[in-house]
Design a protein around this ligand. Structure first.
Ligand code: MSP
Length: 633
């Protein structure tokens, strides 16, 4: 389905603290989706902003000895700077302290009050400061807030209430009849579960005596508006609700409200009912993503494991950071952030696969084809196979964007990069050049470059800076791809000049020592427990075959037998052992290593060898008769 209009929003972020990886994640995700839909030709609007009222901000201001407005003005800059650095292409940034927002909130409140959708009542309840929400006695879990588990305060006061309860049946029906409304599906069920209990009316005011930092109620100056009733309205106030009908009708309903799973109820219960009561159409989809964890642990300031996006960008660069976040999180689920995980993915997907493909292609065209894109001859079966797999990866990416599974789209593109690398290895352009088979060389290089065109065009929304560099190298015009076909072959124009390849993604040194979540080295090298040691599976293996890896001085490719299972292992021992001496001998291998590729050769395991200062390298072998497959303990 091709969209003609695409309006996407992020949550608006509280200005009580500087941005962290969770904020960066949602905003990058929205940016990537917005960029994709612009690329696909939709009328795209991307809104983000800051949530500046409420208790959290007031408290942060008190602690910093500032007024809440000063607190907001200082912190909003941190967000704007980060979005700038991350290359975020939002079309608008709304601050809830702006008049264009506060006035619309007041108008909505007044209208609802006039229509008796809001009423005044005495209220007895439990208040959670952190979530800024009221709960009844029944809602509490062991006397604590059912949302965050923190302590609650008993409050009795007059307040204004929004008649939310009377919309309960309508909302349940709406959600059931519109499966796209809340995504992923399990979140829809979560909301429906919440709606099984009777829905209370919503307290939408705070007496100024308790909280002064908010939008004043238009019908009672003793009160300010509950921060969520104020904040949610940003999605419509920013696009001209009650101000610019034409613009509002062009953009509303929102295609996606992206949110984190912790703000599901406010977005899937309060917000739809607010809209319904105000007579505004429902957004198309509210999409809740999971959390970034530090390793397996929740990030929290008190644990000191919160990942700071600015540090990540300094260390790895903007595009690598954007790529990792998009590739690693399967939307909806939680994901784990560790420096080791980051670096492993960076090295394999970006430095080894993509960076390598570009430098091979650019170098061959430079050295043998006068730095001009060659014209392809008739395509052979191998060329057609490459073309088909790249085009099918492109279709898969486009479909994955549509079903909000960017991780799968990116995996398809990385798969296509692998195909292109294998294609080059198979066709050996360097040999073609040596043999003087220029016609075939031209076809092979055209096809390789064309694969890069399609792959880089679809990676552009994720890594705009690096893909611009890549595309310049293969002679494509500057700026985001436009009107380019990604599912059709042959977009590159023969004769176009190419440029020398930059090193797009310099390889990161592999980490030798464990690190803490923020990438710092721990002060001491921790001793390993026996349990940890046992995680490494060491097995005796018999070498069945051994040969050198072409063009490598160090690598040998071995076929080994581990208790009846045949495996290929690539080992860096060619300078110390001759292949023919190894066949038939017993060795010790790490059997449960994740598969890796070395010089394009799959390796499923690692040989154990000992080395010393002299540079000698000696294989570790069992000292007596033992079957292959025996475990080493
Ligand atoms: N101001 C409200 C949103 C109002 S929208 C009308 C708010 N702000 S927030 O700054 O606290 O959080 C914004 C978003 O960041 C939420 O969607 C939240 O889920 C997300 N994240 C906070 N920590 C996170 C992670 N560790 N990982 C992923 N996202 C997380 O809530």
């Amino acid at each position: 389905m091709k969209r003609t209009k695409f309006y996407i929003t992020t949550p608006i972020y509280y200005v009580n603290d500087k941005p962290h990886i969770g904020h960066a994640y949602t905003t990058i995700l929205a940016d990537v989706l917005a960029r994709f839909h612009r690329l696909f030709g939709a009328d795209t609007w991307f809104l983000t902003g800051t949530d500046e009222h409420g208790q959290k901000v007031q408290r942060a201001a008190e602690q910093a000895s500032m007024t809440p407005q000063q607190q907001a003005d200082t912190t909003v800059v941190r967000f704007q700077e980060l979005w700038n650095r991350l290359g975020i292409t939002h079309d608008d940034f709304i601050r809830t302290t702006e008049a264009r927002h506060t006035q619309v909130v007041q108008e909505i409140l007044k209208d609802l009050y006039d229509r008796d959708e809001i009423y005044r009542a005495e209220y007895d309840g439990w208040y959670c400061v952190s979530d800024e929400r009221f709960f009844t006695e029944k809602d509490l879990v062991e006397g604590n807030c059912p949302e965050c588990g923190r302590g609650v305060e008993k409050v009795r006061e007059a307040n204004y209430f929004f008649r939310m309860g009377k919309y309960q049946e309508w909302l349940i029906q709406y959600i059931e009849q519109h499966p796209q409304f809340i995504q992923p599906d399990f979140r829809r069920n979560e909301t429906l579960g919440f709606l099984r209990k009777p829905l209370q009316d919503l307290c939408i005011s705070r007496p100024k005596s308790r909280l002064s930092w908010g939008i004043e109620l238009p019908f009672d100056t003793e009160f300010v508006t509950y921060v969520w009733f104020d904040a949610l309205v940003n999605y419509i106030s920013a696009i001209g609700y009650r101000r610019d009908e034409a613009r509002f009708n062009r953009l509303w309903p929102a295609t996606y409200h992206l949110i984190g799973k912790d703000i599901l109820t406010t977005h899937t219960v309060y917000w739809p009912i607010m809209l319904k009561a105000a007579g505004v159409a429902m957004p198309e989809t509210i999409f809740a993503h999971g959390w970034w964890l530090s390793g397996q642990t929740k990030m929290s300031k008190s644990l000191g494991n919160v990942v700071n996006p600015m540090d990540m960008i300094d260390r790895y660069g903007v595009d690598a950071f954007r790529y990792f976040l998009m590739a690693e999180m399967s939307l909806g689920q939680d994901a784990s952030f560790t420096p080791e995980g980051f670096e492993a993915r960076y090295n394999s997907d970006l430095a080894n696969d993509l960076g390598n493909l570009l430098s091979r292609v650019a170098k061959m065209i430079e050295t043998h084809l006068g730095r001009k894109l060659p014209a392809p001859g008739e395509l052979q079966d191998v060329d057609i196979a490459l073309r088909d797999s790249v085009i099918s990866a492109a279709h898969e990416t486009i479909a994955a964007v549509e079903r909000m599974r960017l991780d799968q789209g990116l995996a398809a593109l990385v798969g296509a990069v692998g195909e292109a690398n294998r294609y080059i290895e198979k066709n050996q352009p360097w040999t073609l050049a040596k043999k003087g088979d220029i016609a075939r060389l031209q076809t092979v290089m055209y096809c390789s470059a064309e694969a890069l065109r399609i792959i880089s065009g679809l990676l552009y929304p994720v890594m705009p800076l690096k893909m611009a560099e890549l595309r310049k190298t293969i002679g494509l015009p500057d700026g985001p791809p436009s009107k380019e076909q990604f599912t059709a072959w042959g977009g590159l124009i023969p004769g176009t000049e190419t440029a020398p390849a930059p090193i797009l993604f310099p390889k990161l040194q592999e980490r030798k020592e464990p690190t803490t979540a923020d990438g710092a080295k721990p002060t001491e090298k921790p001793a390993r427990t026996f349990e940890e040691f046992k995680k490494v599976e060491l097995r005796v293996a018999k070498v069945l075959e051994a040969e050198r890896v072409p063009k490598s001085e160090k690598l040998l490719k071995l076929q080994v037998d581990i208790g009846g299972e045949r495996r290929q292992i690539v080992a860096g021992i060619a300078q110390h052992h001759r292949p023919e001496d190894l066949v038939g001998t017993m060795v010790v291998v790490v059997a449960n290593l994740a598969p890796a590729k070395l010089m394009g050769q799959e390796s499923r395991g690692m040989l154990l060898a000992a080395s010393d200062q002299s540079g000698a390298l000696v294989l570790i072998r069992p000292a007596g008769e033992i079957e292959s497959g025996a475990t080493v303990k």
